[in-house]
Structures are given as C-alpha cells and as structure tokens.
Design a protein around this ligand. Structure first.
Ligand SMILES: Cc1cc2nc3c(=O)[nH]c(=O)nc-3n(C[C@H](O)[C@H](O)[C@H](O)COP(=O)(O)OP(=O)(O)OC[C@H]3O[C@@H](n4cnc5c(N)ncnc54)[C@H](O)[C@@H]3O)c2cc1C
Length: 414
C-alpha cells in the first residue's frame, strides 16, 4: 500500500488526513510552516468560528461561490458530523448569535493544537517546513517534489488554500499545481474584504461604526446588492459586516464593476413621511439652533457635517430657515448617503479567495479530479467561497473529509 499524500495542513488538509487515516490509510501531510493550521489559529478574531448551526440549505445560501457543488460533501460530513467528531474527541463547543459555533475555550490556537494532537494520534506523518514544489501523476502513482526530496504516493490531495493572508502559508501554490496538471483556475478575486472609496471623508471618520443601516451597491442607476446591519468607516474607506458581504457580491456578480456607488440608508426602518416627521420634530426641539447642532438625536456627531453637505445645507443655517425642499433633500440624503467605491483592499487582506480550481473539473462526491485520476482538491483552493459565519471552515472540513475518505477508499479498497 502506497501513501496518500496531503499537501497543506489547513482545515481541509487536516480533515482529509484524519479521514484517510481513520480508514486505515498511511498518510503523509506536507506543510510549509512549522505548525499545522496557522490560518485557523487567527480565524474568528482569534476565537475560531468553526461552523454554523444552520441547515444545509442555509449553508448553500450563504455560499455565493458554488454553494451547490458542496451538497454531496455536506451530506457526507455535515456541521453536526463535525461537531459530533470534535465533541467526541473532547473539544467542547458552543453556539452563539446567528448560529455561529465557537470552541468553548474561545481559543483558535487551542483548536489548532488540538487537531495537531489528533493527527499525531492517528499516525499521520507530518513533514513540517517542507514546501511542495511540484505535483505530477504517472499511471497509478503520484509524484510530489517537496523541499526535502521526491515522494511517491497512490494519491495526492491538494489542500493548499487560497491567496489571502500569505503570512499564514496560503500563497496560492495549489493553483500552479492544478494548472500544471491541466486544470482550469478561474479568476482569483478577493472576497469578504473592505472597500476603498474615492471620497476622503470616510478616512476622517475612521473608527466610527454605524448600526442598523442598509448598504447597497449601485451601478448605472441599478441596485445590484443590499444588506442590513453594521458597517464601519476606516482610514481607506469602508468595512464591517455589511460591506464584507457586499464585497462577496462584487466578486461574483459580473454586473459589479468598479467604480460603483455605495448608498448608505441611515434610517432604513422609516418611510420618507415618517423620516420627515422625525426631522420636523427634531427641528422643533432645536428651533433656535443652527442645522449642525440640531441633528445630534438623529445622527452621530461626526457624520452630521457630511450629511448636511450632501444635502446642500449649510451647517450654520438656522433651523427655522430650512425650507421644505431642503428638508426633503435632507431626508433623501439620510436614506442614500453616497460614496464612490473604487475597489477593494488587496487580496492579501481578504478573508477568502473567490475563484480557484474549477469545480466543473472536480467530482463533487469524491473531490477527485475528473482530468487526472488520483489527484484530489479540497478547501479554499477550489472555486468555492462563502460569507462569514463559519461557512468557509465547514466547507474546508467537509470537502477535506470527502477527499480523504474517497482517496483512502479507492487506494485501500475499503
Ligand atoms: C483573518 C481570517 C479570519 C477567518 N475567520 C474565519 C472563521 O472564523 N470561520 C470560517 O469559517 N472561516 C474563516 N476564515 C476563512 C478560513 O480560514 C479559510 O477559508 C480556511 O482556512 C480554508 O482552509 P484550507 O484548509 O482550504 O486552507 P488554509 O487554511 O489556507 O490552509 C492551507 C495550508 O496549506 C499550506 N501550504 C500552501 N502551499 C503549500 C505548499 N506548497 N507546500 C506545503 N504546504 C503548503 C499552508 O501553509 C496552509 O497551512 C478566515 C480567514 C481569515 C484570513
């Protein structure tokens, strides 16, 4: 029996190695870092949002990058299967707001170390600081050239991740291996990433976060996407949950071409009439004040001059001199504060890479290449990506499990 070779010890590679070893296969895991799961160790702001407690349909819906490709992998290894496994092994977990699942310890590093111990217990041979340079296939043998030498195996599972946060080891090597093996790699784009803006005023508001707002992307007067929730101004533009979700649409929707307009509805719960009534009430309350001092109940102080400028109202204009038309313009601005989005921050800063090894060329059941037998792909190296909420790690765990199980089954006749 030849070894199953796994390249990359992230979530996908670790689960692939464990699944193959569980089936009785001999597994060698190559990792360029001196630890496993380096990226996993920084996930979830250091707490590791392992998965989500939602249904499979919700998983697919939260995966704009080829969610349907994942049906079979999720059937084989669902969020419940992952949690049963982790809990059974002794890693306690908890469910938080939005179904997000975290380790009880709130420590991503603990998860990384825990999985390392499981790999050791399972007898997986880990080659640390051993970057793979080249992968080829000759009949029933795969040949892997690593820094330490050349290795032969019965199959090879490529789990090298995407291109974001390259300091964690995810430098896109797997795309090169896939291309050399004859695979198509679809366009690589940053997803779940902040936007840069043409206007500089967000820079001056850096650190200011807005809750319960709606952000929408527009181009040529057409609304392309919209989300409700929280956002943040930064020294380069805008970020925060709804912006990160919009960036995922920007990566997938062909109609989303930069520059685009971002409209922020600061009062999405109010109709135009309700908002006008609200403004009138505030103006009545602050009847002797100037405009910039009459809106503190409506808006964060730092945002008032921006809104007034876009509405075409002088900050020093006495409230009792503001006309009905000006009030209408103010209400319009409050529900569509505009910014020009020029692009995203670089892919290195993205949470995930959109694009990758074309899923059309990979079996959704086994993750085996449809072009080169004995070669498998799993995790972010594939053209799959999801929103935040634990969906990306689950996709990596599930595809890794499917690949490891299938490779072991095929090669060991299990
Ligand atoms: C800051 C941040 C926070 C995130 N938080 C979450 C979260 O809370 N929940 C969630 O679901 N998702 C989260 N994600 C996304 C998630 O981390 C990834 O989608 C997931 O780690 C992908 O797993 P993977 O195994 O496919 O790839 P990776 O985790 O990127 O692992 C790939 C591994 O392959 C190794 N490697 C690469 N090339 C070679 C080579 N040539 N030879 C040997 N080894 C190689 C790398 O060193 C690396 O260890 C976050 C991402 C980031 C950047």
């Amino acid at each position: 029996m030849k070894d199953i070779i796994v390249i990359g010890a992230g979530a996908a590679g670790i689960m692939a190695a464990l699944a193959a070893a569980e089936q009785g296969a001999a597994v060698q895991l190559f990792e360029k870092n001196n630890i496993v799961g380096k990226k996993m160790g920084i996930t979830g702001k250091g707490r590791c949002n392992l998965t989500n407690a939602c249904s499979m349909e919700d998983f697919i819906a939260h995966t704009p990058g080829h969610g349907k490709f994942l049906y079979s992998a999720y059937e084989q290894f669902s969020n419940q299967d992952l949690l049963e496994k982790l809990n059974g092994w002794g890693l306690a977990t908890k469910v938080e707001r939005g179904g997000r699942v975290f380790p009880q310890s709130d420590s991503a590093v603990e998860v990384r170390k825990f999985l390392y111990r499981k790999l050791c217990d399972a007898g997986v041979r880990i080659h640390f600081e051993d970057a793979v340079k080249h992968v080829s296939s000759w009949g029933d043998t795969v040949v892997v050239q690593a820094a330490s030498g050349t290795y032969e195996g019965s199959s090879c599972i490529i789990t090298t991740g995407g291109m974001s946060y390259p300091v964690t080891g995810s430098t896109g090597d797997g795309y090169g291996f896939a291309k050399e093996l004859g695979h198509t790699v679809t366009e690589l784009k940053p997803s779940i990433i902040p936007f840069t803006t043409k206007e500089t005023w967000p820079h001056h508001l850096s650190g200011l976060s807005l809750r319960n707002v709606e952000g929408s992307l527009w181009r040529h007067g057409k609304k392309l996407a919209a989300y409700f929730g929280e956002m943040l101004f930064t020294h380069f533009g805008v970020s925060g949950p709804i912006i990160l979700m919009l960036s995922s649409d920007a990566a997938h929707n062909k109609k989303c071409v930069f520059p685009m307009q971002l409209r922020i509805n600061l009062k999405p719960a109010l109709s135009k009439e309700q908002l006008d009534e609200r403004i009138q009430r505030d103006f009545q309350k602050y009847i002797r004040k100037e405009a910039e001092n009459a809106m503190k109940d409506l808006l964060p102080q730092r945002l008032i001059p921006i809104v007034l400028e876009q509405a075409g109202i002088e900050g020093t204009c006495p409230v009792n001199q503001i006309s009905k038309e000006q009030r209408r313009d103010l209400a319009d601005t409050l529900q569509a504060l505009a910014l020009t989005v020029t692009g995203t921050r670089p892919i290195e800063e993205a949470i995930v890479t959109a694009g990758g090894v074309s899923v059309k060329e990979v079996s959704p059941k086994t993750m085996e290449s449809k072009m080169v037998p004995h070669i498998y792909f799993a995790g972010e190296v594939l053209d799959i990506d999801a929103f935040t909420g634990g969906y990306n790690l689950q996709a990596a765990f599930s595809t890794g499990y499917a690949a490891g199980t299938a490779a072991a089954g095929k090669e060991c006749g299990i």
